[in-house]
Design a protein around this ligand. Structure first.
Ligand code: AMP
Ligand code: GLY
Length: 427
């Protein structure tokens, strides 16, 4: 098979790393890819992930058998629809189905219609109505920008004052651009978070595994929301009985509901969940792509050939796809630039990577790096820079291996959390 992966970050590096191991693979391309990805796939830096015309021209011109879409933006812009119209198989939902992530109002209305458990909510297009609502509820709430905001358009508001401020930032100061023209205000759910992944082909599903990420900067969840500072899998809160509820109450009704609404869902369904004390799952959000950094530990833990599963999702034949297995445990620690998720510097030289090459049960995924302008090696080129990912017989063993590797890497301003996966170990 000839495969094209769209994207350039840590998630795509992990997908490429896994796909590259498939015996079914004849050629692997990435657009745009990255210097790090180029050791596993032929990269096309001139074709950006949002260049729909360029991507379609490449996939048809090169007779690509399967396109795997990493990020949400090209999905929301309709890359899957464009490719399918040209007869190219694509792993990823249509633009209509991608609204599950692209619009929080769409996904909340969808869940309400199909009885999928989620926080109570209200949607506002006018700031004065949002402010009035906050005064009327007088309890902790969560204010969310409706559109795509790279995982950052969410404000946890313990009191009315912080909720008013969040509404002003989103609807007034436009901190997230047009994504904040509409806001969703939700009940603040209590419990433990986990994410769950299932591959879908419109009707059938193959469940993957659960993972937990750490969305906030700073140890103990003291900092701001980020794209994710680390992740691990499995997630102990997702016991067998909780998983059963997630599948029965959330995943299956979502796939059936999307098909009934005329938007059959193909691709990966990534459900962000709050599990309450009784072990009942509530949907915090849907994502229509793999999580970043959760994909890094998932790919490192997954056993078996992922490529035929991705391909079967694209072709509607998941029932016949080979089974996947799940080994032990894995942990990913994100090394980020100083200042992230606000402003940060790039261009810092990264030291210590060569010492980690070829280490057993350890993979370094690159999220925001590029080849150095002069000399060998890498420099920083983004907020999240590296995902140091280790496997182990237990989460504790994987954590220890990952932090031992982290201690060998250095760049100016480097920040990371020292407590990734500690909650899973302390249970
Ligand atoms: P989202 O982008 O919707 O996943 O929200 C980002 C993070 O905000 C989630 O991972 C949760 O930690 C938190 N969050 C969002 N909505 C809620 C909610 N209704 N109750 C509690 N926490 C929430
Ligand atoms: N790590 C959370 C996300 O990918 O949305």
């Amino acid at each position: 098979m000839k495969v094209l992966v769209i994207g350039s970050g840590g998630r795509e590096h992990a997908l490429v790393w896994k796909i590259a191991q498939s015996p079914l693979l004849d050629a692997l391309h990435a657009a745009p890819g990255s210097k790090a990805i180029s050791s596993l796939a032929t990269c096309h830096p001139e074709i950006k992930a949002d260049d729909l015309d360029g991507l379609v021209a490449f996939a048809t011109g090169e007779s690509i058998d399967l396109v795997v879409v990493g990020p949400e933006d090209p999905l929301a812009a309709g890359i899957s629809d464009r490719l399918r119209a040209e007869g190219v198989a694509v792993f990823g939902p249509s633009a209509a189905a991608a609204q599950l992530e692209g619009s929080k109002a769409f996904s909340k209305d969808f869940m309400a219609r199909h009885d999928i458990p989620t926080a109570a909510y209200a949607v506002f297009d006018a700031a004065d109505e949002a402010h009035a609502y906050v005064d009327s509820i007088a309890r902790p709430c969560v204010v969310k920008a409706d559109g795509l905001a790279a995982g950052k358009g969410v404000a946890m508001c313990p009191d009315a004052q912080s909720a008013h401020l969040a509404i002003d930032e989103m609807m007034g100061a436009k901190r997230f651009g047009t994504a904040g023209d509409r806001v969703v205000i939700e009940e603040w759910l209590q419990g433990e978070e986990a994410s769950y992944y299932a591959i879908c082909d419109g009707e059938a599903i193959v469940s993957l595994a659960a993972a937990q990420d750490h969305k906030r900067a700073l140890d103990g969840d003291e900092g701001e929301n980020t794209g994710g500072m680390g992740a691990y899998s499995p997630a102990p809160v997702v016991s067998e009985s909780v998983e059963k509820k997630i599948l029965e109450r959330v995943v299956h009704p979502t796939i059936t509901g999307m098909a009934a609404d005329g938007h059959p869902y193909q691709g990966v369904l990534f459900v962000g969940l709050m599990i309450d004390e009784a072990g009942d799952p509530y949907v915090i959000e849907f994502n229509v792509r793999f999580g970043d950094p959760e994909t890094q530990p998932l790919m490192v833990r997954m056993e078996g050939d992922f490529l035929p599963v991705l391909d079967a999702s694209a072709r509607g034949s998941l029932d016949a796809a080979p089974a996947l297995g799940w080994g032990d445990a894995s942990v990913c620690i994100v090394l980020a630039s100083g200042g992230y998720p606000r402003s940060y510097e790039t261009g810092q030289v990264i030291d210590g990577l060569s010492a980690l090459e070829g280490q057993d049960k350890l993979v370094v995924f690159h999220a925001g790096t590029k080849g150095r302008e002069s000399g060998d090696g890498f420099e920083t080129a983004g907020g999240r820079v590296l995902g140091i990912t280790a496997r182990g017989a237990s989460v504790a063993e994987a954590q220890e291996r990952a932090y031992a590797a982290v201690a060998r890497v250095k760049f100016e301003g480097m920040q990371y959390r020292g407590d990734i996966a500690s909650r899973a170990i302390g249970r």
